[in-house]
Structure formats: C-alpha cells, structure tokens
Design a protein around this ligand. Structure first.
Ligand code: DGL
Length: 277
C-alpha cells in the first residue's frame, strides 16, 4: 500500500538529478527523499537505449524496494527509453522531466522557435519531438546533442575555459538559428547555465525542467492524497553506485546544506545480496 508517510524516490545517472532534488526540497521541505545516483555507470548518454532502459528499470525496482511512494525520473536519457510505459510493473506513480520541460518552454517562447540540448541518447530518441507534437502547439524544435557537458559536471568542472569552448561549439549554431527559448534537456545542464547563458545571450530564455517537475510532483501527490501529513523537516538519503568521496564532495556543492552524507551501494553488492536472500 502506498501511504503519505513514505519517501519520494528520485534518480539519475549521477549528480545531475540533484538539480531536480533541489527544486523538490524547495517546494516540499517536509517530504522525505531517497536519491539514487548511478555514478558507477554514468554517463548514460552514449549507451544504447536497451542498456539505459535496463539500468532505469533496475534503479526504479531498487527505489520501490526502498518503499517510495512516487518515483521521479530525474534523467532525460532514461525517460527517453520509455522504460516504464510498457511494463505496467509499478504501482507507484512515476513523474518524468520531459513533459514539464516542454510545457514550460512552449509557455515561454514568443517566436515558437525552441532549441533543445540533451545527451546523444535523448536527442536520438526523438522523445522531445513526440511530446511537442502531442501538445499540438505550433512550434519548431531545433535539437543538438552536447555529449561532453555531463562529463564536465561529473568532474565538478562547471566554469572552466574548456566548458566555455565546448558551449560555444555546441550552442553557436543554435544561437545563429534564432531560437528564443532553450530547453536544458539533461538534468546536468543547469549546473553549466553560466556558460550556456553567456553563449546564448540574455534574450534567450533557458528552461530547466527542475522547477516544473517539482510542481508536477506536488500536483500528483496532492491529487493522490499522498502529501506527507506531519510538518517536520524531511529526511533525505543519498545513495550512489560509485565512489562516496566524489559524490559526497560534489553533492554538497550542487545540492546545498540538506546533503549530509552519502551511502554507497555498488551494483555488485546488491547482486550478491539478492543472490544470498
Ligand atoms: N542527467 C541525465 C539526463 O538528464 C543523464 C546524463 C548522462 O548520464 O549522460 O539525461
């Protein structure tokens, strides 16, 4: 039985989903959160869709086993494989990042020319194009993959010369194409928004799906009568499949004071536990 006192589960391939976790904490400070960052297998972007799909199912299973009441897929690359749609295997509601981001971009754009940046997996999947088409809005989407952006963030490099050079290379053509709105279609990218804004210029509206996704989490919990009832400060747990030290250091920097430690859960260990039980 899914009950209001359970935590919200959030996952990503690594640290990027902390941008979504931040927005969820800001909006719902009383909610407990379990965050899983699959740092050991990050980045997902260059991997084949079947692989990313199986990782996403494995993590969602893990969060459900942790007893979460709702899962936030804070990873565009995972969502773009549509991993949960056909399975029907989850009783808990699943909130994703693509649709809230598209809705926010359509609302913000005046010209109807919208840029989209994301990982190779997200762009190649055409997931954003499908969501845009389904809205029926009269907009044109100009897409571009930015493969190295995730590596920069995972290395804690958010404002270096190399980031700016890569941003110019990836975003120059989008700026020239005259988009007035740019969807940051990867949850790692808001952490590079200094360079992205510098290259795109002040007149282009940057859309991070984090806030729109957090609003969606609130709405879903409210509709399902699953908002936590007691008003004590929420407890947050952070789990990584990779190294604790790196995740701990960058987690604190990217999320802020609510990040107070990380548990390590290597996949090998999880497989051993399953085999032993
Ligand atoms: N942060 C993820 C996304 O939103 C994945 C990045 C990656 O692992 O390539 O797409």
């Amino acid at each position: 039985m899914v009950t209001p006192d359970r935590p919200i589960g959030i996952f990503d391939s690594g640290l990027g989903g902390l941008t979504v976790a931040r927005a969820v904490i800001d909006l719902l400070p009383h909610e407990d959160i379990v965050y899983f960052g699959d740092t050991a297998r990050c980045p997902y972007g260059p991997r084949p869709p079947e692989k990313v799909r199986s990782f996403a199912l494995e993590i969602t299973d893990l969060l459900v086993a942790e007893g979460v009441k709702l899962v936030v897929v804070a990873c565009n690359s995972a969502e773009s494989t549509a991993f949960y749609e056909a399975t029907g295997r989850y009783e808990v509601p699943i909130v994703s990042v693509i649709e809230p981001g598209v809705r926010a971009a359509i609302a913000a754009s005046r010209s109807g020319r919208i840029g989209l940046i994301g990982t190779e997996a997200t762009i190649a999947s055409g997931a954003y194009d499908r969501v845009v088409t389904a809205t029926g809005a009269d907009v044109v989407l100009e897409s571009r993959a930015c493969p190295r952006f995730v590596d920069f963030v995972e290395a804690g490099e958010t404002a270096s010369e190399a980031v700016l050079v890569a941003a110019e290379e990836y975003l120059g053509p989008l700026r020239e194409s005259g988009v007035d709105t740019l969807i940051l279609g990867c949850t790692h990218y808001p952490l590079l928004s200094g360079a992205i804004r510098y290259v795109m210029g002040e007149h282009v509206v940057l859309i991070s799906s984090a806030e729109a996704t957090a609003s969606e989490v609130y709405a879903r919990l409210l509709d399902l009568d699953l908002l936590k009832r007691d008003a004590t400060e929420g407890r947050r747990r952070f789990i990584t499949s990779g190294g604790e030290d790196r995740f701990g250091e960058l987690g604190r920097r990217f999320l802020g004071p609510e990040f107070d430690g990380v548990e390590q859960r290597p996949w090998q260990l999880a497989a051993d536990r399953r085999a032993a039980s």
